[in-house]
Ligand binder design. Structure first.
Ligand SMILES: *Cc1c(COP(=O)(O)O)cnc(C)c1O
Length: 494
């Protein structure tokens, strides 16, 4: 398996794609073709546990890794790190809806599925292609990526990790998780701006030649733990394949029978992984892209016009408060059949004018695979309330967006296909927003009292990593202007 870039012809192996994060001309790495999952392999995977499923899928992409290396990485990532024996359990909750719970990892959001594995993939890759350099991981986060990357990379040899988050754009629990992070190699900095500012700042630093030289001097090299890194994408493909096997095993579908997938979407990484699974032969029907009030993707799927020139909203589902969905670039590359010139042009237009329009042919392809919908703040809260009172299932705000858009989709189409809904965070991570959906009483002001009240009212357990935060000291207090991100990095690396 070889990799190329969305904006220029390249021919590299997975280790280079993973170490570089972003291709040097600014494109994202993509596989040159999609490996197919044979019927035989599916049969084998149906009999396998999660780690074995992950091993088999990773092997199809990481052909420059040995079997032992992949096994070592998978074992390190998933053994004893998740509070459920299966890191991605599939739960039948109502009608044809099965919730794929992706938040049983150490930071209680789906980012753990990839970010527990990425440090292993990255250090193995660096050993192959970056001769002993220290990898400096730069992260822009809307909340969940930051903590998941910090947890994955803390005290990993030959790495340093620097996380930027929007000062007012994350939940109290998310902020607490990041600012209390321990580790010799970690730095965390709030910025005065929103997530797109943080992401744009990080991308600019990646492309900054002075900064590159500064690092090279110290025998260091930048890499990324954001979902622009291909190493984030493959681990996410695994759980869609795994969900397919679980649907077969539970008798809900037969082998080869179609199922739909719903994903609460921000940067388009998670839903893109489902699209990859489909290209590999998994019988996924509709990919339902659920957005919150920042509904730039809903409009795009409807009209073929991507337009980020619109008001930015801070919502109760902050991990989806995004106007520039980076991974959409990969989808465009595949739908334009690898036409790097056109994709580069569209991305140039996005940068210069904040908008672009895809061809009618590509729009037809998008509509064939995707359905887009969105859910506002009130509906998000109503959905949490209903799911809990009707089915005694407590979900977080992001998952609620997905459930609401799924219900809208079924109401509109009457589609009765079995459906996998990605449940992307523990409700306890967003307790301040979830709690008022299950009680009308006055809420305590303290974040941890909220968490305890939520547990008492719903009879569900507080995830241990969140309970443990209460007594941890705040270690990271810096807040900088967005123009000062480079200076912060330099002072940390000194
Ligand atoms: C990151 C995140 C999302 C959005 O995922 P993308 O891959 O960026 O589309 C949704 N929900 C939660 C809880 C997240 O942390």
């Amino acid at each position: 398996m070889r990799f190329t870039s969305t904006r220029a012809k390249k021919d590299v192996e997975s280790a280079t794609a993973i170490c570089q994060g972003l291709s040097d001309e600014g494109g994202l790495f993509v596989p040159q073709s999609f490996p197919k999952i044979s019927d035989q392999l599916i049969e084998k995977l149906c009999q396998s546990d999660y780690q074995q499923r992950a091993f088999e899928i990773l092997k199809l992409y990481l052909t420059d890794f040995t079997d032992d290396e992949i096994r070592y990485c998978v074992h390190g990532a998933y053994e004893n790190k998740f509070d459920d024996n299966n890191p991605a359990p599939l739960k039948a909750v109502f009608g044809n809806a099965n919730l794929l719970e992706l938040w049983h990892g150490p930071t209680c959001a789906f980012k753990d599925m990839a970010l527990q594995l990425l440090p292993y993939l990255l250090t193995k890759s660096a050993a192959k292609v970056s001769d002993g350099k220290t990898m400096v991981i730069l992260v822009a986060t809307s909340g969940d990526t930051g903590k998941a990357a910090l947890d994955g990379f803390a005290d990993v040899e030959n790495t340093k990790i620097i996380v930027f988050y929007p000062e007012d754009g994350v939940s109290p629990m998310q902020k607490r998780q990041m600012t209390t992070q321990e580790g010799q190699n970690v730095a965390v900095c709030a910025i005065k701006g929103n997530f797109d500012d943080a992401q744009t700042g990080v991308k600019a630093i990646f492309g900054d030649q002075d900064m590159k030289a500064y690092l090279a001097n110290k025998n260091m090299e930048f890499s990324s733990a954001n979902s622009i890194n291909f190493g984030r994408l493959v681990p996410q493909v695994v759980y869609y394949v795994s969900a397919y096997c679980d649907l077969i095993n539970s008798g809900k579908i037969k082998k080869g029978e179609t199922f739909n997938v719903v994903v609460p979407t921000g940067n388009f990484g998670n839903i893109l992984a489902a699209f990859y699974a489909k290209q590999m032969g998994i019988p996924i029907g509709k990919l339902i892209c659920a957005s919150n009030k920042n509904n730039v993707l809903t409009d795009f799927i409807e009209t073929g016009i991507y337009d980020k020139n619109r008001q930015f909203f801070t919502t109760v589902s902050p991990s989806m408060d995004i106007l520039i969905s980076s991974n959409l670039e990969r989808l465009l590359y595949h739908l334009y059949n690898g036409d790097t010139k056109t994709v580069g042009g569209l991305m140039q237009a996005l940068k210069a004018e904040g908008t672009y329009r895809v061809s009618d042919e590509v729009l037809q392809k998008i509509k064939a695979d995707f359905f887009g919908g969105y859910c506002d703040e009130q509906e998000t809260q109503k959905t949490i309330h209903e799911l809990f009172t009707k089915y005694h299932y407590l979900c977080d705000t992001h998952t609620a967006v997905a459930v609401k858009v799924y219900n809208d989709y079924v109401a509109k189409t009457g589609d009765q296909t079995q459906t996998v809904i990605a449940s992307t965070a523990s409700p306890y991570k967003f307790a301040a927003s979830v709690l008022p959906c299950v009680t009308g009483d006055d809420l305590p002001a303290d974040d941890f009292e909220k968490v305890e009240l939520l547990s008492r009212l719903t009879g569900t357990a507080i995830p241990a990593p969140l309970a443990a935060l209460q007594t941890k000291p705040v270690l990271h207090k810096t807040c900088c202007e967005k123009q000062e991100m480079g200076a912060f990095i330099k002072s940390f690396l000194n």
